[in-house]
Design a protein around this ligand. Sequence first.
Ligand SMILES: *Cc1c(COP(=O)(O)O)cnc(C)c1O
Length: 369
Amino acid sequence: MDSEAQRRFAQMLHHRTKSLAPGAPLAPEIITAATYHCPDVDNIAYIYGRASTPTWDVLEAQLAILEDAPCVAFPSGMAAISAALFATLGGGKRLVLPSDGYYVSRLLSQDFLASFGVEVVEIPTLQMEHFDYSGAAVVLIETPSNPGLDVCDIALIAAKVHAAGGVLIADNTTMTPLLQRPLDHGADIVVAADTKAPAGHSDVLFGHVSTRDATLLARLREWRRLSGAVPGSFEAWLVHRGVETLEVRLERMCASAMEIATRLSAHPRVKNTRYPGLSQDPSHVTAKRQMSGFGFLIGFELEDRARAEAFLTACPYIAQATSFGSTHSSAERRARWGDAVPEGFIRLSVGIEPRDVLWAAIEAALDQT
Ligand SMILES: *Cc1c(COP(=O)(O)O)cnc(C)c1O
């Protein structure tokens, strides 16, 4: 984590401290009102819960410090991605997105945006740097991509997309703003599923969008108000609480992931270990330049589907679950969702278990499968 991210994190922990009245609670309040006292409509911050809610504002202020940009909260990562796409696209416009990225973004584009006349183009993350973006209104990237962990150069792609007159959206879910700040590399909009590491406890769905462009920001807020894709206050409060420990969790998770990836890559049963922190990884050079940590996701292959399933069943400290970024380690065979990966490919999300205990369990499970 770079010193800028550390400074932002400390500032974030105290973002409410100075404005509190004596006797005010240190923890934010959960305000669930649908409607507010409104004797006249001028100069009132809160009128109706779909337009604005105090508990969202607290969370948005917190996340805005980490992003170094205003933030709009949404009830899930996909609600945030939908907002970014609907706010920027329209009939006859072209969207370019990764063929190896989060599959739900692809399904949304194919099943809904395409039927509104959006031209949907899918290309692999590794072709993003070389693609001709002429005619593209919106480009969505995901780096590292999920689940393959390929990396693309955000600054280079931003320059090409802008030269073609397009808008660049970066899905930063796998990194969080503490490990990578796409807006600093030229992306126009960052989207993220806070369901993952930011909330961090597998107990809430959430998402956010950040941008430094005032016109886009207003449109994203308007999309939320009109579409009604609004988060609940309790969920916003849970995310605010989770984010307060994000830096310590990430530190443990990234350090463990580096060590476990190194050991996996040397294990005779394991093939094609992918982790951007490994010096031999094809993503390493670009990752080192634009990320300030290599994350907590590892990809690797066992011989076949049966071996992969036996491993996942045998390891007591890996939850067999979809999703990632929680306190507990979790993993799954991504081919079960139809991702274009080998049958024995496993995506492992390293949690906060003490590292040597976790590795001992992984090694024992590998040895018996
Ligand atoms: C999980 C995820 C999403 C969607 O988030 P939800 O909160 O499940 O809607 C979007 N992008 C990526 C990269 C993800 O991993």
